[in-house]
Design a protein around this ligand. Sequence first.
Ligand code: PLP
Length: 291
Amino acid sequence: HSQERLFNFAAGPATLPESVLRRAQSELFIWRGSGMSVMEMSHRGKDFKSIIEKAESDLRSLLQIPPEYSVLFLQGGATTQFAALPLNLCRSPHDPVDYIVTGSWSDKAFKEAQKYSKPNPIWYLHICANETIHGVEYKTYPTPLNPNAVLVADMSSNFCSKPVDVSKFGVIYAGAQKNVGPSGVTIVIIRNDLIAQAQDVTPVMLEYRIHAENHSLYNTPPCYGIYMCGLVFEDLLEQGGLVEEAAKENMVQLKGHRSVGGMRASIYNAMPLAGVQKLVSFMKDFQAKHA
Ligand code: PLP
């Protein structure tokens, strides 16, 4: 292993901004005069409270999240939300819901929902905003015909990659490890009126009401991951927010997903422009040689 950083095109965990990693490195041992690392501090102490509150408020600024929405920092990955959503949004396993299946991830979400709801006529509509494996991304989001219907989106692979009108959604959720931090943190943005009594069988760790009432501190949260997400949010804000623009030399992780093969370059926010330029020129050379 060399000391040089590679252009990492992995789908997730994915590359993080160098400035963020360097900042974390400088604070790793002692966080800002606290005498300890973020990994060691109590999640109930004032230092961690300031970290999680700043992470939330920076994310609210970035996405202009309206006040009537809660932001939850959870664990278990986006995959856990596939079950949490029907458990929380449906009163019983007989409640009808709609899923649009555009690829592997929405298919997984749909299959999980079958255990806890009856996927079909519209009560809520679930979409995957960007199918990471199949490369299918919504450019505009569907507006359910029924005004009471709730739009739910898995934004795992395009979260914070561009502005989004949060008010169009009932729930947005995303694993952090592609655009905004390390794995281990799952972000849920949910309209408060949807935080109600979950189905009786819902495990406490999957209940949105519990996490909202406890400001994501019901149990020990993924403290260090939340801290890292906070650094990324701060970095994005410093760069001016979610502006435009959101890599076999030094380019790694270009192989397609194990289920479909081919080639895939994941270009999340933290991929530097130089990495993309290098990939483009590599592909042009390759085409010229093999056409
Ligand atoms: N949804 C989408 C769109 C994804 O790309 C992924 C992971 O790659 C997942 C869900 C699963 O996320 P997690 O590994 O956080 O459970």
